[in-house]
Ligand binder design. Structure first.
Ligand code: F6R
Length: 248
């Protein structure tokens, strides 16, 4: 996978938001939807800030945008403080002119007996909008993309998964204690992600350097789900210098 390295995360986020804005405008000119695959967590926050700035100061409209988020904790009420639904509203959707009816995030309060059907419908909804034009990804320290933890199959679809202990520990600061961190999540699959026409994985800081080396230069293996991106023909890894430090 090609890696693009910027001096700072801020520079990288400016470039990535410009790429997203270009996709949105190109589709606008054709009278089509732009379908964005979005991530939560600390990594993409500055991209969202820059998209908000482009909306406010440079007239970028999101009126043709459809957004599909990667994942959500399960079970979790959509209005919970830690929900990714709330994260997306607060960090992006509430500040732009996107139609909230076009914002899809797996629902953490889906009744258990409906989950299988719910996940299949999430996949179908993505397909109904023509598939994802550009998918943003972060990476977990264990190599997860979305919440596809090590062991996830390359052709996995949207499903309920069990979170790794490292993932739960990384989330502990958002909750009141480890016992409060949900044990499961709904996540788009690796297969769902791989169908996106463009994939942009972001990583900042030295704590991601080791896993970035494995994902980019190591073997393609289920033990590092991000390594599957090596098999995508239009994926890029966008790094700051600290996250790129271990690349040869
Ligand atoms: C979030 C997601 C996760 C995060 C990853 C990194 O929607 O899918 O894969 O991208 O856990 O999290 P941060 O950015 O907080 O380091």
């Amino acid at each position: 996978i090609p890696a693009t390295i910027y001096e700072s995360a801020a520079d990288a986020c400016t470039a990535v938001s410009k790429e997203i804005a270009d996709v949105i405008r190109l589709k606008q000119n054709k009278g089509e939807y732009a379908v964005l695959g979005l991530a939560t967590g600390s990594t993409p926050k500055k991209v969202y800030q820059e998209l908000i700035r482009l909306h406010r100061n440079e007239g970028l409209s999101f009126n043709n945008v459809v957004a599909f988020n990667l994942d959500e904790y399960y079970p979790l009420q959509p209005d919970a403080l830690q929900s990714y639904k709330r994260f997306m509203d607060e960090n992006l959707f509430d500040h732009i002119d996107i139609d909230k009816k076009n914002c899809f995030i797996p629902q953490g309060d889906t009744p258990q007996e409906l989950l299988k059907m719910y996940c299949e419908e999430y996949e179908k909804k993505i397909e109904a909008f023509g598939g994802i034009d550009i998918q943003l990804l972060g990476i977990g320290r264990n190599g997860h993309i979305g919440f596809n933890e090590p062991g996830s199959h390359i052709s996995s679809a949207t499903r309920l998964i069990t979170l790794d202990q490292t993932t739960r520990l990384d989330a502990v600061n958002d909750f009141s204690g480890i016992a409060q961190v949900p044990r499961k999540a709904i996540t788009m699959g690796v297969g769902t992600i791989m169908k996106a026409r463009r994939i942009v994985l972001l990583a900042w800081g030295e704590r991601k350097a080791g896993i970035i080396k494995q994902a980019v230069e190591g073997p393609v293996t289920e033990f590092v789900p991000a390594s599957y991106l090596q098999g995508h023909q239009n994926a890029v890894i966008v790094l700051d210098e600290a996250a790129a430090a271990e690349l040869t």
